[in-house]
Ligand binder design. Structure first.
Ligand SMILES: C[S@@+](CC[C@H](N)C(=O)[O-])C[C@H]1O[C@@H](n2cnc3c(N)ncnc32)[C@H](O)[C@@H]1O
Length: 220
């Protein structure tokens, strides 16, 4: 398995992000990271270049962390950020999130940071269902992503940005030609996750939500 597009982008991903959005994505990405503090086993899905990993290691000093990404280039870049001691607490999983097998009732936190926008609503629904058996009953799920503001110029501006980004990622990574964001937050709630905290920026274009696995949803 390889992800040549993301491998190619790994080295300049942060620069491109900063040129386009300044520090805005960083704010959304890390808004709820403090809640990782007491977590013991964390899964970072579509972890990218390791900025989230490095911070999670600092905030959750006793956690073992699985960093999963389909791009070897991203994982290599992530591993270079870490000290030898930090590396002992990390397992890098070079895998497709949809094909990976996840150990049962293991993770007490999962992050999807600017990751689920790569997929359709149907795929996101499938991924949440796939992950659910791997979560502990009080698991947290930190989600940050782009969203479409409800109306007005903010929605128009978001559409322009999304068109540019979808075009760019289709060109660079071969992602499918969808122009639509998945309704990820709605899908989490439909799957029984409870939003504990929510923040948004740029009139709703960037969102960050902390979800908790509801014990009721385990019985579904
Ligand atoms: C837009 S980047 C976001 C990276 C990081 N989470 C962040 O906040 O910067 C999407 C990441 O998901 C990875 N990815 C895309 N499709 C994937 C899949 N099916 N399974 C695992 N990782 C995937 C890419 O290699 C890339 O690192």
């Amino acid at each position: 398995m390889s992800a040549p597009g993301y491998d190619r982008l790994a080295g300049c991903y942060r620069l491109l992000e900063t040129l386009a959005f300044g520090r805005a994505l960083e704010r959304a990405r890390f808004r709820h990271f403090d809640h990782l503090h007491n977590r013991k086993r964390i899964l970072l899905l579509g972890d990218g270049d390791g900025r989230g990993l490095a911070l999670a290691l600092r905030i959750a000093p006793h956690a073992q962390i699985d960093s999963l990404d389909s791009s070897a280039g991203m994982l290599t870049r992530a591993s270079r950020r870490l000290s030898p001691e930090e590396l002992t607490r990390v397992t890098f999983l070079h895998a497709d999130a949809f094909a990976a097998s996840y150990p049962a009732e293991t993770y007490d936190a999962v992050t999807t940071l600017f990751f689920l926008d790569c997929f359709s609503g149907e795929q996101v629904e499938r991924l949440i269902e796939r992950l659910r058996p791997a979560l502990t009953k009080d698991a947290l799920w930190l989600h940050a992503d782009f969203a479409l503001p409800p109306a007005g110029w903010a929605r128009l501006r978001a559409r322009v940005w999304l068109t540019i980004m979808f075009w760019f990622f289709r060109w660079q990574t071969g992602r499918p030609a969808t122009q639509a964001l998945p309704p990820a937050e709605t899908l989490f709630e439909s799957a029984g996750f409870v939003p504990l905290a929510h923040a948004s920026w740029q009139h709703g274009f960037l969102v960050s939500t902390l979800f908790r696995q509801s014990s009721l949803s385990l019985n579904k």
